[in-house]
Write a protein that binds this ligand. Sequence first.
Ligand SMILES: Nc1ncnc2c1ncn2[C@@H]1O[C@H](COP(=O)(O)OP(=O)(O)OP(=O)(O)O)[C@@H](O)[C@H]1O
Ligand SMILES: [Mg+2]
Length: 220
Amino acid sequence: MELIGAGRASQVFALDEGRVLRRADFDVSDEARTMRHVREAGYPVPEVLEVSGGEMTMERLHGPTLAAELIAGRIGGTQAAAILIDLHERLHRIPAPEWLPGAPRGVDLGGDSLLHLDLHPENVIVTDDGPRLVDWTNAARGADAADFAVSWAILAGVEPDDFGAEADRIATELGGLCAALAERASAEAIEAAIAYREADTSVEAAEISRALKKAAAASN
Ligand SMILES: Nc1ncnc2c1ncn2[C@@H]1O[C@H](COP(=O)(O)OP(=O)(O)OP(=O)(O)O)[C@@H](O)[C@H]1O
Ligand SMILES: [Mg+2]
């Protein structure tokens, strides 16, 4: 099987032109349930075809990730921000099912909206039919602002120097993106998002401290 994507928690294999298999080391039935729920509401998410334990067979999306487009300079920070914000706003309008957990990782995110909580450019695939959102592992209930704040915390933790010769351009794009997201996240939501990220042991402490420093600098 051809490996076409790998994250921290799973591997994605192409089965054929129309299907992928995502293999995770945790049960994905709740995640699949959320994906089916939002798809029914017209949200741009791949169709779930089959679920068994940690394995999910789903519709294969064709196109680069929004992260790849940003790094290549084909999509700029302003357009990327518009895409992320639109995906947030459309999601938050879908009623959250009552079986969706609140207070993920023990952190109260306020509110009662359906949140993705991992909405960043590597989880957005830019297809000919528009951007689509993958990786629904973290979906939970909370305030809209908390979802924006988690996206902000993830992007504020990215180190532009990791992009070598492109570092300055990436820093500018990220700065614009973070500002647009922070505008939609209250100070309270930023605090909750940082607590939520800190509660994830797989996130590097260095990433979080970078985000915290940026938050402190922005509030001065
Ligand atoms: N339906 C799909 N069609 C095509 N490619 C996909 C599909 N789903 C996921 N991918 C690719 O695989 C990558 C990893 O998938 P996903 O984000 O679901 O895994 P993950 O391990 O949960 O990621 P993370 O590291 O964010 O936890 C995605 O960034 C994307 O490039
Ligand atoms: Mg991912």
